[in-house]
Design a protein around this ligand. Structure first.
Ligand code: PLP
Length: 696
């Protein structure tokens, strides 16, 4: 069962709403502007739903009309307010000096402010209202700015943290000000009693898809007497407030949700929601040591939980949860793809690590106790796997065998961990400060002692990171103790059958290291590689030939923004880092199913081991091999030498990491490397038991 915990991004559509939409399309498809029977039926429906919305929102007066969603409602409100401010300015009336919005507002608000401010030629300063550490507006600041404000925008509840704004406090701070007031009610719909009529709110946009209606339907409330300029003019629909034929199916669906809410017997009552939240918090705290909640003591929507786990990045948690079919997000859905720190948490002044590691879990008012119990169980399983894999602050009981070469990346900077499971030792090459903590945890989780830190270049930043790593790993198993540098005279350690040697010939200030097996250099770590599509001759290669450099030796770059992974020495002692055609590696579902049916190909799961561990039984692809992308380099020689004629199909969660792996393998000379397009997220071939044959 999928555990959907991302209700603040969007909710599923209530079954009754689906039926209402279908019925509206089948029988109620008339145009509400038509005066015949079909039109009148549609008009009746629109009026019924509007009446229901008025009751739910506490808006018996003022305009309440249907939009496509909240972004449209926000733009309409801002256009209306700013048109009025321009009229006042042009009429010589008391002119506004600033436009204000809460610093944690949804991006649609400041974007709309900047857009219309420029387009209407107002050019007023647009200022963010600061929030305190709990995410609540600084009312003293607002009170001081209110006299010169033209429009004030504050959300009713925050989409990332669930923090509920003090609307009465804001109203009080605005007392006596001529400013217009927009309240983004998106996250409050169905969760808070807004009673719009009792407040001096001028504009309040809402969105259906955040409350069990489909996408593409929303509402905008405009207080009676508040200035208004339509965003869309047209055939006079919605009394001329919003042109365009009404979205009858969407309105019908929204109507079904509002009716259910009014009936009061479908959605969980507030006390149950609070109990569900408490259960989830407890499960999270038990499962993830070092967890902190990101909403302080402020009143919060009971359905939203924003947290961070010290030392565990949000990317890792999101991948882990998604593999376990627990759908959460790392902040707002709109910023999910950007992997940037949360601006909401930054505005609250939370420590950097919390803003970067934030995870948002939001459930819905339809989710009952059984669902919450299942969610808690799944979260606990995720925590167990994280601990077992040594990725939490706790030491795992069992140490999993590390691959010979693991690559960690920060931005384009690559750091290599050369490990030997038998001796329990690891050599780290080119660490950077940001990776010190993950490397330390990685070593700790595999019960590995740090034997040495090597640098391919004399750079102060690497040097500093090397020393920090040495300090941070002080708890590692006693060995020879980390050496900061390695000299040619030092003994030659052997790691998983590979001898580590110093390679001569590089210019002053640079250093190269090689991993040699059976007199052949398998890997060379020599710092930056030439960034060229054409084979580039490297003068020092002649020196290395005597030490085992052969055609096929893999060169591992220190910086790899392009995702090359490695370059391969050519026959003439040159290396090429040429890029392949990106789209050519995609294998669509039908082709993948056909290949599987033939029993052909080598199937490789490039998700990290913890993702595979939490996978719901019966999912995934049978008889696939597990080679996490971080350990890809360890498997490359085998694919390029022994399995060069076997199609290799990589897969992962979304198709992103597998495409990187497939492109890397293609570029290095394997003609039949593929990536399952869309990853497991789109994979619908018969699910079979996954029996990992781990090579990494
Ligand atoms: N405001 C808030 C607080 C939101 O959470 C969202 C959606 O994430 C929006 C506005 C935009 O809503 P819509 O998707 O309906 O345009």
């Amino acid at each position: 069962m999928e555990i959907y915990l991302d209700a603040n991004a969007t909710t599923p559509v209530l079954p009754a709403a689906q039926q209402a939409a279908l019925a509206a399309m089948a029988d109620g498809f008339g145009n509400p502007s038509s005066i015949h029977g079909s039109g009148l039926k549609a008009r009746f429906l629109v009026d019924q739903v509007r009446a229901s919305a008025r009751r739910v929102l506490g808006a018996p007066t003022g305009q309440l009309f249907f939009t496509s969603g909240a972004t449209e409602g926000i733009h309409t409100s801002v256009l209306s307010a700013l048109s009025e401010l321009r009229r006042r300015r042009d009429a010589g009336e008391c002119a506004a000096q600033a436009l204000l919005y809460g610093a944690t507002e949804h991006k649609a608000v400041p974007q709309a402010l900047h857009h219309w401010n420029a387009l209407l030629g107002l050019d007023l300063p647009v200022l963010a209202i600061p929030v305190d550490g709990n995410g609540r507006h600084d009312l003293a600041w607002l009170r001081a700015q209110a006299p010169k404000a033209g429009l004030v925008c504050t959300m009713a509840a925050n989409n990332e943290t669930g923090v509920i704004s003090d609307l009465d406090g804001i109203a009080d701070a605005l007392r006596g000000s001529a400013a217009l007031w927009l309240v983004d009610g998106v996250q409050a719909l169905g969760k808070l009693s807004l009673q719009l009529i009792e407040r001096r709110i001028d504009y309040a946009p809402f969105s259906g898809h955040k409350f069990y209606a489909p996408k593409g339907i929303g509402l905008l409330y405009v207080r009676a007497g508040a200035p208004f300029t339509p965003l869309l003019t047209g055939g006079g629909q919605e009394a001329g407030w919003r042109g365009g034929t009404e979205n009858i199916a969407g309105i019908a669906a929204l109507g079904a949700v509002l009716s259910a809410w009014e009936a009061g017997d479908l959605f969980q009552p507030p006390a149950a929601l609070a109990a569900h939240r408490a259960q989830l918090v407890q499960a999270l705290r038990e499962s993830f040591p070092g967890l902190v909640l990101n909403c302080g003591d402020a009143p919060c929507l009971p359905t939203t939980l924003n947290f961070a786990v010290r030392g565990v990045g949000s990317r890792l948690l999101l991948d882990l949860f998604d593999a376990a079919e627990v759908r959460v997000s790392g902040g707002s859905a709109c910023s999910a793809a950007k992997a940037e720190p949360s601006y909401v948490l930054q505005a609250m002044g939370l420590p950097e690590w919390q803003t970067q590691a934030a995870v948002r879990l939001s459930f819905g008012a339809l989710d009952g106790p059984e669902f919450i119990a299942a969610a808690c169980a799944r979260l606990r399983r995720c925590g167990q796997v994280l601990r077992a894999r040594g990725l939490s602050s706790e030491s795992p009981a069992q140490a999993y065998a590390p691959p010979l070469v693991t690559r960690m990346q920060h931005g384009s900077a690559c750091c290599y961990l050369l490990a030997d499971g038998d001796s329990g030792e690891c050599i780290v090459v080119d660490p950077v400060a940001e990776l010190v903590e993950p490397i330390t945890r990685w070593l700790h989780g595999r019960h590995l002692a740090l034997r040495a830190v090597l640098c391919t270049e004399e750079a102060p930043a690497i040097d500093a990171a090397a020393w920090r790593l040495r300090e941070a790993t002080g708890r590692c198993r006693a060995g020879t103790g980390p050496a900061h540098a390695w000299s040619a005279d030092a003994d030659r350690p052997v790691l998983a059958g590979h001898e580590l040697i110093v390679l001569p010939g590089l210019p002053r200030g640079r250093q190269a290291w090689g991993l040699r097996q059976d007199a052949k250099l398998r890997y060379v770590l020599a710092g930056d590689l030439p960034q060229s599509a054409a084979p580039t001759r490297m003068p020092w290669l002649d020196h290395w030939a005597a030490l085992g450099a052969v055609s096929g030796t893999l060169l591992l770059p220190r910086a790899d923004g392009a995702g090359l992974f490695a370059a391969r020495l050519g026959a003439a002692g040159s290396a090429s880092t040429c890029m392949g055609d990106d789209t050519a590696v995609m294998l669509d579902g039908a082709a993948a199913t056909a290949l599987l049916a033939q029993g052909a190909g080598l199937w490789v799961d490039v998700r990290e081991a913890h993702e595979r561990d939490v996978q719901v039984p019966g999912r995934g692809i049978a008889a696939s091999r597990s080679v996490p992308l971080s350990g890809l380099l360890s498997a490359l020689p085998q694919w390029l030498e022994q399995e060069v004629h076997t199609p290799v199909v990589f897969y992962c969660r979304s198709g992103n990491r597998s495409a990187q792996a497939a492109r890397a393998l293609r570029r290095l000379g394997h003609a039949s490397a593929w990536s399952l397009a869309g990853g497991l997220a789109l994979w619908s071939a018969p699910a079979v038991d996954c029996s990992p044959e781990s090579v990494a």
